[in-house]
Design a protein around this ligand. Structure first.
Ligand SMILES: C[S@@+](CC[C@H](N)C(=O)[O-])C[C@H]1O[C@@H](n2cnc3c(N)ncnc32)[C@H](O)[C@@H]1O
Length: 194
């Protein structure tokens, strides 16, 4: 869903333990710039200690909504976000998504990883087109949204019209997978005799 090896400037929102940070670094070109935001000081310093000797990476212990302050006027090719938008209050969620949109190049993309589709209507207010993918083998199953700015946001009323029908295949996919895993586990337990 993204051409990271071709990117000049990449940003990560929500570094956490740095699993994606390491994976992203492996794919970046030697002269890329990679800013990685984590709001929790302990997580940010642990990842900076582990990966910070790579000159392309700067781990920033600040909220993702302040991304522009660190870009020196540059625009971003890719933002990779695993911030749990669904559990954020509306204010911070809007600030982070708005800051992401402002930071992207006209052909840039924000790759959003979530465990539900609840964030989709909020993404649709700011980004278009949005490519979607379900990753069912992830535990729990993950939803990936590749958000572009090239078409501009769709109108507010269309967001609400499309949101429910857009979510349906993903919800059904997750439900089917959950049921299959449940049945599989029950069968294994029955075989073991408890
Ligand atoms: C689901 S975890 C990230 C998982 C991560 N990919 C990993 O490998 O561990 C989400 C992270 O986003 C961080 N976070 C939440 N709000 C944030 C914000 N406004 N700015 C930056 N990071 C934030 C949390 O502290 C948390 O570490």
């Amino acid at each position: 869903m993204g051409d990271l090896p071709g990117a000049r400037t990449v940003v990560e929102f929500g570094v956490g333990t740095g699993v994606y940070t390491g994976e992203i670094l492996e794919r970046l070109r030697p002269d890329a710039t990679f800013l990685a935001f984590e709001i929790e000081p302990d997580l940010a310093s642990a990842v900076a200690e582990r990966l910070g000797n790579d000159p392309r990476l700067r781990v920033i212990n600040d909220s993702a909504e302040n991304v522009e302050e660190y870009l020196d006027g540059a625009k971003v090719d890719y933002i990779v976000s695993s911030i749990p938008f669904t559990s954020l209050p509306a204010g911070p969620r809007q600030s982070i998504l708005g800051a992401a949109r402002e930071a992207l190049k006209p052909d840039g993309k924000m790759l959003v990883l979530q465990y539900s589709t609840t964030v989709l209507p909020y993404l649709q207010r700011l980004f278009a087109p949005i490519e979607r993918r379900l990753s069912p083998l992830n535990i729990p199953p993950a939803f990936l949204f590749a958000c572009s700015v090239s078409e501009g946001p769709i109108r507010e009323e269309e967001v609400y019209d499309s949101a429910e029908s857009d979510r349906l295949p993903y919800v059904l996919g997750a439900l089917t997978l959950g049921t299959l895993l449940f049945l599989l586990r029950r069968r294994r337990r029955a075989k073991r005799g408890f």
